[in-house]
Design a protein. Sequence first.
Length: 768
Amino acid sequence: MKTALHNEQIINLHMLNREDYQQIFDYAKRGNLQCPDCLGSVKLYLGIEHEPYFYHTQPSNKSCQEAEIPNGSDLTEPEVIERNGFIMPVSRSITLVEASPKTNFKKAVTVKNIPVFINQEFNKNQVDSSYLTKLLECGIRLDEKQAAAVLYTEGSLLVLAGAGSGKTRVLTARTAYMVIEKEIDPQSIMLVTFTAKAAAEMKERLLQYPFMTRSNVQKIVSGTFHSIFYRILSFHSPQRWNNQKLLNKEWQRLQILKNAGREIHLDEKQFAYDLAIQQISFWKNSLLTPDDIHTKDDWEEKVKYIYQKYEEEKSKKGLFDFDDMLLGCYELFKNEPAILENYQNRFKYFLIDEFQDINKVQFELMKLLATKAGNICAVGDDDQSIYAFRGSNPSYLVDFEKEFPLTTVVKLEQNYRSSHEITASANQVIIQNKKRRAKKMIAQYKNDNYPVLFYPYDEEEEATMLITDIQEKIKHGFMPEDFAILYRTHSSSRAVFERLAASSLPFKLDQDAESFYDRFIVRTFLAFMRMAIDEENHSALKELLPSLFVKTSLLQDLKADSILNDRSLLECLCHIKTGFAFQEGKLKKAVPIIRSLKEIPPLKAIEKIEQEIGLNDFINKRGNEGNKLEKGSDDVRDLKVAAKNFTSIADFLNHADHMRAMNKEIKNLNKSNPRAITLSTIHRSKGLEYKNVYIIGAVDGNLPHDHALEEYRNGDASSLEEERRLMYVAMTRAKDYLYISFLQKRRGRKAYPSRFLSSLINKRGSGQ
Ligand SMILES: Nc1ncnc2c1ncn2[C@@H]1O[C@H](COP(=O)(O)OP(=O)(O)OP(=O)(O)O)[C@@H](O)[C@H]1O
């Protein structure tokens, strides 16, 4: 059904402006739409599988007729007027829409452009081994390549493990084989994982192997690089490496850097300290002291200066950061050969997971320890290297044989996770990267569920469409834990969070994911609106003062003025003495503008704050515009998209407060709920798998991110390749169903499908 009644007026989906679909969806949700025929309540379907249509919420007694669209030859645009935000034909009839049909909706398409599936019987153990037979008896099956990697224990081994190829299975089966079958002392095995969670999972899985006892598992030295090397350091000098001296909070490090920055007059608000912190960590992990650095530009020169000062300050106070744990151990081994030898004699076998994410200091440490015994097994996938910003470098994996010339290489190319349709699509994306080791994932099965590419109008509709899809699937038997919604940066998840929060679906999100409405620039805009509806709002005033370049210390004067002269806090801004006539003039002008905000919808209010109060200046200074990933100006665009749904600022503010509270509640409630939909950045989803995966915001500027596109335009393709790997990681999390959203508008601007996927849409494929 393409028509419905709203306030006695016909709404026809063929006539509706594309951007109004969401609003109609919301009207329907509130019960404000009727069937033009039986006047029963109808809703709007806005999902992925079908084009939008109205449907009865209760079965209708009548067999309702569709309000027909004339089948005329008149395809000229009808005369239209705008009413209640909707475009309506001027001469319309209630039951008949006199207009030419125009379908604004772009239907979802499926990926078809992939090779046919060839059924291959790979999962047979062709290697004759009693160990493999024992494993099979316990239900643990290894394919030929996996078996080869498990049984090869002496010498250096590189396991190139494609996504979903069972590297965790290989690492655990190999460790169990060494301990149980080869009777290798578990204390001589070092098993390094990328996260503490992975280490715990590895131990848990090891216990499932025949004859592996808890005591054996506990004897294996396993953990992250940081945990293992920190244990070594604190054993040798517990005073120096006392964890009380660890700078474990980012603000602690920032404070030292900002103090150093003041010496060279760096503007605290404008200088991108968060990037500087990353750059310093990158240098440290690359074993570069300030003296080794040849700066590329003025920015790096400044970062180098504060890096030097940061190191001096730390050593003066005996403090250390996470990077120092690895550097400290590296220095210990270099300076104390006897200690190094001791560890070289103790550890005989090294297994390193996620080798593609290793950085220089980690690589050098492993080399120091492992070269003597020579039994090193590195497992990784260069296509899943996504931590370059932390100093990770896939070239240690790509060029592994240069450092360990007698290496045996085993390629695991069978993908046990995803269907052929998903695997082949992901292959097609990743082969376009130039810097990689050639390999190809081969799926074990096909299910005819081709990845779906869908075209929401904007972020709001994207959220609605995928929640509709999830609800439909749950009705058909899927569980909430079968779903993951993945995004490039956390800020892209605002609309999805809001839609999920309004539904009854359980969902979980990263513990460090702050609410969109808690972001600094967003809070500032909201403070203006709060002040407009409550002129005595003390905390809102405090929050907005910096954006007017008024010192918060003047807050006391404002309060005193308010009491003494009996005027509202907002009014007091007109009388405040800042010492600058120009600024006082601006404040006088700002007050009536702030007051006027309460009369207008929130979207208009945001524009007014930007343009008439002049917040753009403030955003330029304080909005982290120097940042690569998260800029204040982008937050303002996101805020406008969110505000579009509201007609009054009071409602919008209530909504924002509710969402902030929900963010905290959801994080507490579903922290460890295994029965929940996962909302996650792509980075955090690594290593995980779900039956259904939705990748949202797959458009140029987001994935690939703008910063990578800019670097590519300047001749450096490495970030773009890393972004493509992110897309690959996201796609390969899906087992059975994969949905990718091509927003038509992102942050209020026209958006274009991610260039990474053009080979899946166009027959001829694409370049970078
Ligand atoms: N030989 C096998 N036969 C059947 N299933 C297997 C086999 N090996 C692994 N699997 C299954 O394949 C899936 C992927 O395995 P695993 O999580 O170990 O992959 P991975 O290589 O670590 O993936 P990624 O690197 O993409 O995170 C798991 O569900 C695992 O149980």
